[in-house]
Design a protein around this ligand. Structure first.
Ligand SMILES: Cc1cc2nc3c(=O)[nH]c(=O)nc-3n(C[C@H](O)[C@H](O)[C@H](O)COP(=O)(O)O)c2cc1C
Length: 357
């Protein structure tokens, strides 16, 4: 990788974190959809609060709670500190962790430590490698897969599909040809599960089906309603090139708010899973705008195996409240379980939701 390309990537990673923390990057006219649902109160829960067990399983392993820290960063020196803190929190709560895109670790060994540090501080949890669709489209070599997996002693590889982000990114790669075909080759040659996620525009049932048919094990919906990555990249674009007329104003408004709400993705993919016995074992991750224990609870009742969060936890990390935030979310989840009469996460998954009046 040339120095210039290296610098662009480091600038991008830095500004992603800075803009996510400070910028106006929320969807303007779209929500996750979680607010439309509520659980039916159970006046006779027949359990004590202290009976409630938050543990569950993910990809066949027991985890402390149905929450994951989503893929975020790595690949520059400050990212090592961020990844260390995320790993420490994940280890404390015994929850899975994803790292950010590992493209730089493949291109330059200098950047590998900022990813590898996660395993040092989280020896007992599931950690997932991460790479983007444009890299997949080019075809990953076996040696590249090994580097990513060995660096983290990874439990799986996450592939992110981020067409809208690339479309808005000043240096974006908009060649998404052959991704599905290459994913099929990947699932055939890799020894760990492949998880496919979006980054905030959601995965439809149609796309989920295509992914499952080529051997993907987990769909992380990363739906709309939380952060709009189009907005993040639009801010970077304006900083670099000023305001211009790439898109007409009505189209810009539509594109910045483009995406399938998280709750809609969950409903549609759960339905697909129910209708097709061959997909019975696949797991669904609810992400995109998760910001509370009640969001986690609603996600599970909508069919998710667990929920995952990125931006809210990153903000908490910067405010020095990461572990407190996770604690609060899990307490809220426990409260919902108590009031619905669910002693276990499995029981919560079977609780009915109603549409709010
Ligand atoms: C600072 C930051 C960097 C991110 N980098 C990556 C990445 O490298 N790979 C990836 O798959 N997703 C990345 N994401 C996307 C998240 O994993 C997640 O899918 C998305 O932000 C939606 O979740 P949220 O609403 O909880 O933030 C990043 C998110 C943040 C906040």
């Amino acid at each position: 990788m040339s120095n210039t390309a290296d610098n662009i990537t480091i600038e991008r990673k830095h500004s992603h974190v800075e803009i996510c923390l400070q910028g106006d990057v929320a969807f303007k006219s779209k929500t996750t959809g979680f607010e439309q649902f509520e659980f039916i109160h159970n006046a006779l829960p027949e359990l004590s609060l202290c009976d409630i067990d938050l543990s569950t399983t993910f990809l066949g392993r027991k985890i402390g709670a149905p929450l994951m820290i989503s893929s975020m960063t790595g690949g520059y020196s400050e990212a090592a500190t961020l990844n260390q803190h995320l790993a420490e929190a994940a280890e404390r709560f015994k929850i899975p962790l994803g790292v950010g895109s590992m493209r730089q670790a493949l291109e330059n060994p200098l950047y590998r430590d900022s990813f590898a540090i996660t395993r040092k501080f989280a020896p007992s949890i599931q950690i997932f490698a991460n790479i983007g669709a444009p890299e997949i489209a080019k075809g990953l070599r076996k040696s590249e897969i090994s580097i990513m997996l060995e660096l983290l002693e990874a439990d799986g590889l996450i592939v992110h599909l981020n067409a809208a982000q690339e479309l808005f990114q000043p240096e974006g790669n908009t060649n998404f040809r052959n991704v599905l075909e290459q994913l099929e080759l990947l699932t055939n040659k890799i020894t760990v599960p492949v998880i496919v996620k979006e980054v905030g525009c959601g995965i439809s049932a149609t796309v989920a089906r295509q992914l499952l048919e080529v051997g993907v094990s987990v769909i992380d919906v990363a739906g709309a309603g939380g952060i709009s990555w189009q907005k993040v990249e639009e801010i970077r674009y304006i900083r670099q090139f000023g305001q211009d007329n790439r898109f007409s104003l009505p189209a810009l408004d539509l594109l910045l708010n483009w995406g399938i709400p998280t709750a809609q993705c969950l409903l549609d993919i759960s339905e697909l899973k129910k209708e097709h016995s061959e997909f019975i074992d696949i797991e669904i991750i609810a992400s995109g705008g998760i910001k509370s224990g009640t969001d986690i609870a609603t996600s599970l009742a909508l069919g998710a195996q667990l929920a995952a969060s990125a931006r809210s936890l990153l903000k908490a990390l910067y405010e020095g409240t990461l572990e407190k935030t996770i604690d609060t979310w899990l307490n809220d989840l426990r409260a919902v379980m108590f009031l619905t009469g669910a002693a276990t996460i499995e029981e919560l998954r079977n609780k009915r939701l109603t549409f709010k009046q």
